[in-house]
Design a protein around this ligand. Sequence first.
Ligand code: CA
Ligand code: CA
Length: 588
Amino acid sequence: MKKFVSASLAAVLCVGTATASFAAVTEEDLLNDASTTGDVLTNGMGRDLQRYSPMDTLNKDNVQNLVPAWAFSFGGEKQRGQETQPLIHDGIMYVTGSYSRLYAIDVETGKEIWQYDARLPEGILPCCDVINRGGAIYGDNIYFGTLDARIVALDLKTGDVKWNKKIANYKEGYSYTAAPLIVDGLVVTGNSGGEFGIVGEVQARDAETGDLVWTRPVIEGHMGTLNGEESTMTGTLNATWPGDMWKTGGGATWLGGSYDADTDTLIFGTGNPAPWNSHLRDAGTPKEGNTGDNLYAASRLGIDPATGEIKWHFQTTPREGWDFDGVNEVVAYTDRDGNKRYGTADRNGFFYVLNREDGAFVSAAPFVSDISWAEGIDENGRPIYNEENRPGNPLEAEKGEMVFSVPSFLGGKNWMPMAFSQRTGNFYVPSNEWGMDIWNEPIAYKKGAAYLGAGFTIKPIFEDHIGSLKAIDPDTGEIKWNFKNDAPLWGGVMTTAGGLVFFGTPEGEFIALDDETGEKLWSFQTGSGIVGQPVTWEQNGEQYVSVVSGWGGAVPLWGGEVAKKVNYLNQGGTVWTFKLPKQLASAN
Ligand code: CA
Ligand code: CA
C-alpha cells in the first residue's frame, strides 16, 4: 500500500478532471481521492478526513462570484436532519437523505437519475434523529447504512440492490448512520445505539459479497472473529470493568472511522460507557487491581484492517460520566516540523494531538471555554479531574447530587467534522459553548430500552453565542480566531487551497471565511438549517461546491433550553450546488 503514495503525488500534477472517468473505482482511486479534484469518492474528501481541497480556482479574491448552479429537493414528507456528504463520480452525485434514502443526480443539470428508499421496519430506535451521514464508493457499487442497522450495496449506474446485510438487531437498540469506510476491498462499519446498552463493534465485509471478514467488539471481555471463527478477546476481562457490566458496556462506534495509509491503520472512536451513571461502573469488584477506566469506551482505537486486531488505544475520558463519547474523527496530518500526527477534538472539550506510529499522547489543549469537569490533561494524556464536578452517586431510588458541567453532553464538539488546512497548518473546529445540569439515577438494563441512569438539561453559557468555529494551531493549542454563531453549529467544515473555510449554520447560511482571519467573505441563505458536510470538485474546468441543507439532528431532540431557543428553525432537505463560472474565475 505504501508504494502507491509516490505515484499519487505524481498523479496530482497530471490528472485533469476531464479524464477522471473510470469504469470501476479501485483502492488506488480511494488512496488518491484527496488529490484528484475531478471526483469526491470518500467521506472526508480522503480517508484521512482532512476535508482539504488542493483547488485554488475559487479563492479569496473571487469567492463573491460563487453562484447557485442548481438545487435538488429530497422530496416527500421526510425533511429533517440532513447530515450527509455528497460523493461525486463520473459526472454523477450520490447523496444520502434522512430516513435511509439515496439519490443519484446528474451534476451538470441537477436532474435525478435514480433514487433508492430503504424500507424501514416499525420500531427502529435511532437516538438522535433519522439521519444518514453519507455513503462510500468502490468497484461498481455504492454502499450505505440504514436506520435498521443494515448495510446495503447498490449498483452505481442503476441503484439496483447488489446485497443487503444486517449489522446488528435494531430491536435491541442498534442502528447505523455513519458513512462506511472502504479499505483494501473491505467495507468497514461501526454501529450506533450507545444509549441502549448495546456493545460497540467494528465490522469488515467483503465489498463484493457482503460476507463478514472480521468483527471487533470494543469493550473488554467480548470476543472478536476472523473468517467466521473466534479470533481474540478484546482487552482483559474485568481489568477495568466491575462484574458483568461489560456485557452491556456501550462504546458505540457510531461515527465510523478514518484510515491512515502511512501506517496501514483504521482509527475508530468509541462512545460513552453504559450506563451514564458512572458510579455503577466503579472499580474494585470483583477483581483487585481493577482501574475502573472502563476500556475501551470513550477511546480512540488503532485497528489492523487485515485482521481486526487492536494495535493501540488512547482513552480520552476514563471512567466517563458525562456522555463524553470518544467517537470524534481522528485526522492524520503532518505538522509544521514534519512530524506525522493525528488531530482529534473530543466531545470533552479538549483537542488532542497523538503520534501516528502508536497512538501515543503528544499534547492536549482546551478548545471551548470554562471546562468544568477537568482542570486539564496531564503529561500522560489523562484528565486531571475536578472530583466535585462528577455527578453524585444516587442512593437507593433517589436522585444523586446535581452538578453543572461544561461542556454539555452534546459536547464541545459533537459529530460534525472539522477540517485541516495544508495551506495554513491549522485545524478548523466546529465547536459549541454550552453546559448542563446533570444528575445520576439508579438504572437497570432492559433490552431495547434507554440505559442512562441520568437526567440532564442543556443550557447556554454565553448570551451572544453557542456555536463557535475555531481556527486552532495544533502545534501550540492556540486559538487563532473564533467565529461566533447564535445557534449551535452542527455541520461539517471544508478548507481549500484557495484560502477558504466553508461551513453552514442552523440559521441556514452557507458561509465562506478567510482561513487566516476568520473574516466572512461570502454567504448564501439556503432556506433551512445546514447540518451537512460541504464538498468541492472540478467539472469541465469549473469549480463546484455543494452542501445539503435541512435542519435537524440531536439538538432539537435533546437540547433542553437550547432546543427551545432554536425551535423556530424550519426543516428541509435540499442539495445546493454552486459554481464559479469560467468567465468569473479571474474577476475580482
Ligand atoms: Ca478525488
Ligand atoms: Ca452517547
